[in-house]
Design a protein around this ligand. Structure first.
Ligand SMILES: [Zn+2]
Length: 298
């Protein structure tokens, strides 16, 4: 079975073919040639016309109704995307099954079945980048919640009357623990720092001021994780986002978290996500395959 899969973000769209026998092939990154919704549909059409496939799996930014395959809400990072009935549009056009899911949930499913979560039935996945995303995996499936919007862990409040978050609330975890915040704080020391890679290049050179900022930022990460651990009592937390490939961060989180939680939770293990920028694609492919197999067995 060959699945054409996409991971749709605000600046890039990734595509690949997932073949059950050989894994992920034909990985590509596409820049938007048209703005917003039209740009998304153009990339999908260009890829779909260039290959053979049995189904389409989509991992996408925004709040997604996976039952209907519809984008319920997406920020202006992808203009006119809110309300797009991706599943209906693509199934009508290509006459193949289509499954659409939120990007953080797709990445968590990818990790659950092919990556760092392979050995675990249940875990919580958090991703750190522009903001902080979350997903709850129970029995290898995503816990969706009443509105399909569960696990907005980025918007738990870790600072009373703190700074305003993009969601409108004040003091959200998202604002303090995101990679964006780390980079912004480091830029106050060195204006040339543009991303997480630059931050850790300075850290590797032994820049003490940058190390202090990283250490304070790791405490911000811990504040949110403490709450998550006390609610879910998970065996493992899987942390994704490019910055989490830094061994120093994961080691420090493991040390500090054990000292910050009640005794009952001290065995919790923090792992770095394994699939990197292909997790969403893998999860998207998995979603379609599972739904196709379920439909075939009915
Ligand atoms: Zn918020």
């Amino acid at each position: 079975m060959k699945i054409l899969c996409f991971d749709i973000g605000g600046t890039l769209i990734k595509s690949a073919i997932y073949d059950e026998l050989v894994g992920l092939t034909n990985f590509e990154e596409h820049k938007y040639q048209l703005i917003g919704r039209d740009g998304v549909l153009k990339v999908i059409d260009d890829c779909a016309l260039a290959c053979e496939f049995d189904g389409i799996g989509i991992s996408t930014a925004g709040l997604v109704d996976s039952e209907r395959g519809c984008i319920m809400l997406c920020s202006e990072s992808i203009p006119n995307y809110t309300g797009t009935k991706l599943k209906d549009i693509l199934e009508e056009k290509y006459n193949k099954p289509v499954f659409v899911a939120n990007d953080v949930n797709s990445a968590a499913l990818g990790e659950a079945h092919f990556g760092a979560g392979k050995a675990y039935k249940d875990f919580i996945c958090l991703t750190y980048g522009t903001g902080v995303g979350g997903a709850i995996v129970i029995n290898k499936e995503i816990y969706a919640g009443n509105n399909g919007a569960a696990a907005e862990i980025g918007h738990i409040i870790t600072h009373l009357n703190g700074e305003r978050c993009t969601c409108g609330l004040k003091g959200c975890y998202n604002h303090y623990a995101s990679t964006t915040n780390l980079v912004n704080m480091c830029r106050e020391i060195d204006i040339n720092i543009a991303n997480g890679r630059d931050v850790f290049a300075e850290f590797d050179k032994g820049n003490k001021k940058i190390k202090e900022v990283i250490d304070a930022w790791i405490d911000e990460i811990i504040y949110g994780l403490v709450t998550v651990v006390h609610i879910f009592d998970p065996a493992v937390l899987i942390l994704g986002g490019g910055i989490m490939s830094q061994a120093y961060i994961i080691d420090e989180i493991n040390k500090r978290l054990k000292n910050a939680v009640l005794n009952s939770y001290k065995d919790v293990v923090v792992l770095s996500a394994k699939l990197g920028n292909t997790a969403g694609l893998m999860g998207a492919a998995y979603n379609v395959i599972v739904h196709m197999k379920r439909d075939m067995s009915i």
